[in-house]
Design a protein around this ligand. Structure first.
Ligand SMILES: *Cc1c(COP(=O)(O)O)cnc(C)c1O
Length: 218
């Protein structure tokens, strides 16, 4: 495993955060990665995440990367480091509410639908602009807006993947300019997985979410 981590560490810019996606993987695998020095881990199921969080070291940064149901936000609110998958205003409202109860701010990425596939969650740019033109992001006073997230189409066609990542990069720049100019926290573009993280980095990603290339097939 160490070789696989070192291969990725050495092939990405040092400002890029590697989120090791440990979903479905046992505690021992996470501990092994932790002992190499990895601190950012990604999970996509609330129950699995909370079970792992309870027994693993406290200085792990837990990233929630899957579709998040509103009634489960309360379980991760006390400890989650970053929610990548905010895909609706109702979810944003709920996260804001739980963050307020926990007397903290919760860092969130706005997830955009950039892929051709129907099944992928996320805002469209028009949808989000409708909301933010009506309600300034500052209304969500316990949300720390730190950037955007997206998933490209699962495809071997490099041009399709590249154009989707370009699109997310442009969305980020536009949002930054229109709503987050004075917010220095708004700086993260979470894109790129095992299959396509190299293309993502070329297109401006500074946070990649890599599972199978590190931990093996699921
Ligand atoms: C599973 C998952 C990943 C990691 O996928 P790999 O292909 O194993 O690298 C990244 N992002 C999200 C949102 C995921 O659900």
């Amino acid at each position: 495993m160490k070789e696989l981590f070192n291969h990725i560490y050495s092939s990405i810019p040092k400002e890029t955060t590697l989120v090791a996606v440990s979903k479905t993987k046992p505690l021992e695998k996470i501990e092994e990665a932790y002992n190499i020095g990895q601190r950012d881990f990604g999970e996509n199921k609330v129950q699995e995440l909370t079970e792992k969080q309870q027994v693993l070291p406290n200085d792990i940064n837990w990233h929630f990367i899957g579709h998040l149901q509103r009634n489960k936000v309360k379980f991760i609110a006390p400890f989650v480091y970053l929610i990548h998958s905010v895909d609706s205003i109702r979810l944003l409202n709920e996260i804001n509410k739980c963050a307020t109860k926990n007397n903290k701010k919760i860092s969130c990425l706005l997830q955009f639908h950039i892929a051709k596939e129907e099944s992928k969650f996320g805002f469209s740019i028009d949808e989000l602009y409708n909301e933010f033109n009506n309600t300034s992001p500052e209304k969500w006073d316990h949300i720390n807006f730190t950037g955007v997230m997206g998933m490209a189409t699962f495809s071997d066609n490099k041009e399709i993947v590249q154009s989707e990542f370009k699109k997310l990069r442009l969305i980020f720049e536009k949002l930054k300019n229109d709503f987050f100019k004075d917010n220095s926290n708004f700086k993260t573009i979470s894109m790129g997985m095992s299959q396509d993280y190299e293309i993502a980095i070329q297109e401006g990603s500074n946070m990649i979410r890599v599972g199978s290339a590190l931990f093996g097939k699921r």
